[in-house]
Design a protein around this ligand. Structure first.
Ligand code: PBG
Length: 330
């Protein structure tokens, strides 16, 4: 009780603050999302994601080496697929010589130690821009799970260490686990996007991959029939518990900042590694405000990633990973 207790003693100077600080950010916290395109010599900036790029495979090599030199040891791959290769079933997703499969091999070739995770969902391959197969105005669950299992196998065979299903179909974790195990790919892990919300923060990502749902009659306009309602909290526990029981090695909450209550709930309920995805819209917001001079970019970035870790994240998937690590190394 005051005046015996004076809490400000522990905030007097930088040395004591460092000594009692509860949360530290290191390069080991990050999973780096990477966008890949066909072609040569391509490094194109994504309009709604300043200083974030799509790379062709040759330049992806340079980027991966740079990440490794900065101490960033895990990447999460996404591909932008040509419209001519898209169909309702996302068949191109398991082409053994598809862009994703070549991207996995490219990363492993230049940097064998780099952990490679791959996004598993049909949207970049879907002519309708949905994470699943569309039939009669609906996203059909079980046939989609079969497609996702096929896709996961193909990623694993190309050398992925982890597959990361981001689609939110029911039963996809067990479907994928069984498919991997039947092919004796027992060491390939699953990072499940277990509590993924139907969020407006994914806008810039859909620009990056040209993967937004199309505006056609008989095609749902949004992803609300599979991604979670952002008003719900208990449901996140149920989703996460089921994914763990189905064999998820790592679970995830997505997006990040608006969902830190969910992050803490899950951290308190389960003993598995928890990833948080600080998504494209969160990145875009800070970049835009900083460009205007309204926010201090680096200070706000560090506050945000620290808050995500403090809330309970063991892993942070973030477009800021490189910026953060460069700042830490300064
Ligand atoms: C694909 C997928 C999305 C994101 C990751 N995987 C988009 C979506 O679900 O519509 C979003 C990532 C971001 O916004 O940074 N299923």
């Amino acid at each position: 009780m005051f005046p015996i207790r004076r809490n400000r003693r522990l905030r007097t100077n930088d040395a004591i603050r460092s000594l009692v600080r509860e949360t530290y950010i290191t390069p080991n916290d990050f999973l780096v999302p990477l966008f890949v395109v066909e072609g040569k010599g391509i490094k194109e900036e994504i309009a709604s994601m300043p200083n974030y790029y799509r790379f062709s495979l040759d330049l992806l090599k340079e980027e991966v080496k740079l990440l490794w030199s900065l101490g960033l040891k895990s990447v999460l791959l996404f591909v932008k697929v040509d419209d001519s290769l898209k169909d309702n079933k996302g068949t191109e997703a398991w082409n053994p010589n598809g862009l994703m499969q070549r991207a996995i091999k490219t990363v492993k070739e230049v940097c064998p130690g780099m952990l490679v995770m791959t996004d598993v969902a049909l949207d970049p391959y879907s002519s309708y821009g949905h994470d699943g197969i569309v039939e009669g105005g609906k996203i059909i669950n079980d046939a989609t799970v079969e497609a996702l299992a096929e896709m996961s196998l193909s990623h694993a065979e190309a050398g992925a260490d982890f597959v990361a299903p981001s689609d939110m179909m029911d039963g996809r974790i067990i479907g994928i686990r069984e498919a991997l195990d039947q092919s004796n790919l027992i060491d390939v892990g699953i990072m499940s996007y277990s509590a993924k919300y139907a969020s407006a923060f994914y806008g810039p990502f859909r620009d990056a991959l040209d993967s937004a749902p199309v505006d056609l009659a008989d095609v749902p306009k949004d992803k609300k029939s599979y991604q979670m309602d952002f008003a719900n909290r208990d449901e996140a526990i149920k989703e996460t518990e089921m994914d763990i029981n189905e064999g998820a090695d790592i679970v995830m909450v997505k997006p990040g900042l608006c969902y830190l209550d969910i992050v803490r709930d899950i951290k308190n309920n389960f003993n598995v590694p928890l990833a948080v995805y600080q998504v494209s819209g969160e990145y875009a917001m800070l970049k835009a405000a900083a460009e205007k001079g309204w926010l201090d970019h680096d200070a706000v970035m560090m506050e945000q990633v620290t808050a995500i870790k403090r809330a309970g994240a063991d892993i942070i998937a973030s477009y800021f990973a490189k910026d953060v690590v460069k700042l830490l190394n300064k």
